[in-house]
Design a protein around this ligand. Sequence first.
Ligand code: NAD
Ligand code: APR
Length: 234
Amino acid sequence: MDKASSIVILTGAGISAESGIETFRDQGGLWARHRIEDVATPEGFARNPALVHSFYNERRRSGLAAKPNAAHRALARLQKEHAGRVILVTQNIDNLHEQAGSTGVIHMHGELTKVFCAACGARQDQLDDTSLKDICPACSAVGQMRPDIVWFGEIPYHMEMIQAALWEADVFISIGTSGAVYPAAGFVAEARSAGAETVELNLEPSAGSRFFSAARYGPATRVVPAFVEELIAA
Ligand code: NAD
Ligand code: APR
């Protein structure tokens, strides 16, 4: 592969699975034990904010306790050693890519370590639990601070930047995602129509596997480092 080429990488929950962070749609995943409409929609937050705070407090605690794995580290190495541009887009709300050394990570579904005020929009970092008692430091509203997470029915973040990167990509690599949620699930078709090579690295074929020109299946901690090694050596 040309050393100066532009690589766009999309990651999903599967890349963090071997770090102990549960996925959504695998056997026993988050959506097997929680109703999406209760904990991952604006309506759910309006109906029962305490339930949503406790859902994300638990995910923040386990997310902050997790450590990056060999797949996260391999992507950080690729960003450092590939002469061209490597743009990392993640659907994940954990910070394992950053902990592994990746930079400029685009979190299209938001981040567990941030909250914002539903009343005035003020954002802030958040490492400990949130609750209905929280007071907005900007507008003093009480109980309006919510996880900075893009819920179902909301518009993902940084979409213009992501679309521009997909149109310029020479290679699009999708890692650890089921291809169940749009717009992320449509990125492979956009990259393909822009002429990019498309590669799927996943435990098993995803819902969009037919759109990929190449694929490697197996655990991310084995498949991703091996693929990055090949890219760097090519
Ligand atoms: P979508 O309609 O693409 O969702 C596809 C899948 O999500 C469905 O097949 C179903 O599995 C699940 N889903 C969506 N809404 C649901 C609901 N109300 N009840 C049960 N299951 C539901 O997703 P969307 O509604 O178009 O989401 C809009 C945006 O929100 C998406 O673009 C996505 O980027 C984002 N999002 C974020 C999260 C998150 O937890 N951060 C979750 C889902 C979607
Ligand atoms: N190595 C590689 N892939 C794995 C591993 C692993 N160890 N374990 C699981 N996978 C794969 C599964 O095969 C599956 O295809 O990761 C994918 C996880 O899919 P989901 O649980 O649907 O997670 P994701 O694709 O990230 O979900 C997309 O949906 O609910 C929303 O906001 C949520 O961002 C999430 C979005």
